[in-house]
Design a binder for this molecule. Structure first.
Ligand code: GDP
Ligand code: MG
Length: 437
């Protein structure tokens, strides 16, 4: 992926010890290739490296003490700029605020409608109403109701009505009459851009005059995402982009190109299927993520929301004293489960994706893990080192698992302890501090 490529590019630099004009050019060529591989438009990638080179020369990179680091910073800043510079918020004016979702089928509109409603309800103290305007599949209306039930948000639908314009207008009336201050309109999408879909979304848009029109796009669709964005923007002149499925290793070349092509900010990203898997889009963090520094800041924020401060303090002491045991691991798992998908979280920790690539991470794997830990004695939990072959066999039997699974968990535990120590080291200090230390 892009970050590995950049790692390689910067490695070339570091290997030379001293940076010459020749290897700056070589590195930037490598950077450009990495961008192209991540589906960034050719012209954008070319302009990008040209700008970095110009700045590198302008700032006399070659004469500074740490030219490699300065070049990394220049690349990062330029990436940040490319993705939109400052953080863009959602416009919540109007009473009710009307938010219209647009995008292709499968891009994640319905899921994101739920995430946004949940976000506005829990973080912004709003009373949102979800509106089902995908009238083509009965399952679509049902899907939104399921989402609404999950987050405790009312869903407005008219299963018999085949006119999305009317449904949206009626929903706004319903919202006004019942004290809802945000109306989120979920719409139908097709698998590809077609005239009928565009006409329909344009009619809904015109009739309800939303404060925010959001374009939802699957970040895994690469260059196509940019073309689709352009088509929707030509019709709707939308206000912002939602980049979904930015889970795990998807580095999101689309994020790099969209801003330059439609000149609209990316406002949120979706990082999983759960309702909590929504993050405000921070261009600088995204740039760091692309550069493989890991999205530590987002991770910290999520950790902060979910972690009990008291627990965190205790945990930190234990890690420091090398007393981190399976009971703590169990607590961690329970916390992590609340935070969302494991793979997403691991992907946010610099270096951790690599360190843990041999370890299978699955959400339902937690079930076995919990069973295994419950089968350990208190002594084994606090001093995992005493778990020998004989004990492993007993634990496996007691938990209804296989010895290999116990071994796997021991390995995972080992990795996690290492990761914990890593977080305590330079760069991880802040994480621990923010977690309550
Ligand atoms: P719509 O057709 O645009 O309404 O798309 P849906 O909201 O129905 O989403 C399509 C599929 O993508 C569903 O299986 C969702 O669970 C999944 N999905 C949506 N957002 C995300 C995301 O951020 N990450 C992942 N991994 N899956 C997502
Ligand atoms: Mg849908």
């Amino acid at each position: 992926n892009l970050s590995d490529k950049l790692d390689k590019a910067f490695h070339i630099l570091k290997g030379h010890g001293k940076i010459t004009e020749v290897n700056v050019a070589d590195t930037l060529k490598e950077v450009r290739r990495a961008l192209l591989d991540a589906d960034v438009n050719f012209k954008i990638a070319k302009d990008f490296t040209a700008r970095v080179k110009e700045k590198a020369i302008g700032q006399d990179v070659l004469t500074t003490l740490q030219p490699g680091q300065l070049l990394v910073k220049l690349v990062k800043d330029e990436l940040t700029e490319l993705m939109g510079g400052d953080v863009a918020g959602v416009n919540l004016s109007g009473n009710p605020t009307v938010i219209l979702m647009s995008g292709l089928q499968g891009s994640g509109k319905t899921t994101f409608s739920g995430k946004l409603a949940n976000f506005l309800k829990t973080k912004k103290n709003k009373k949102p109403l979800l509106v089902a305007c995908d009238i083509y599949r009965p399952a679509a209306i049902n899907q939104l109701h399921v989402v609404g039930d999950q987050i405790g948000v009312e869903v407005y639908s008219e299963p018999e009505n085949k006119n999305p314009v009317e449904i949206a207008q009626n929903a706004i009336k319903h919202a006004k009459a019942n004290g809802f201050n945000v109306v989120i309109v979920d719409t139908a999408g097709r698998l590809a851009v077609d005239q009928e879909m565009m006409d329909e979304i344009a009619r809904v848009h015109k009739a309800i005059q939303p404060q925010e029109t959001l374009f939802v796009v699957d970040s895994m669709t690469g260059q196509d995402a940019v073309n689709t964005a352009k088509a929707f923007n030509d019709i709707l002149n939308f206000d912002g982009v939602i980049l979904t499925k930015l889970d795990g290793d998807t580095r999101g070349g689309a994020a790099l190109s969209i801003k330059s092509v439609v000149n609209k900010p990316i406002k949120f990203v979706g990082t999983g299927e759960k309702m909590e898997a929504i993050d405000i889009f921070y261009p600088d963090r995204m740039a760091e993520r692309i550069l493989g520094m890991g999205d530590v800041v987002s991770l910290v924020e999520r950790a902060q929301e979910q972690f009990d401060e008291e627990e965190a303090r205790k945990l930190q002491k234990k890690i420091a004293k090398n007393e981190f045991g399976f009971d703590d691991f169990l607590t961690q798992i329970q916390q992590v489960k609340k935070m969302g998908n494991m793979k997403d979280l691991v992907g946010m920790i610099p270096g951790a994706s690599k360190a843990m690539k041999d370890v299978e991470i699955e959400d339902d794997a937690f079930k076995h893990i919990e069973a295994i830990i419950y089968s350990m004695t208190p002594g084994e939990r606090s001093k995992p080192a005493i778990i020998d072959v004989k004990r492993k066999a007993r634990i496996a039997k007691g938990s209804g698992t296989k010895v290999e699974q116990v071994n796997q968990l021991m390995k995972q535990f080992d990795q996690m302890s290492k990761m914990m120590k890593m977080m305590q080291g330079p760069g991880g200090k802040n994480l621990m501090k923010m977690m309550g230390g």
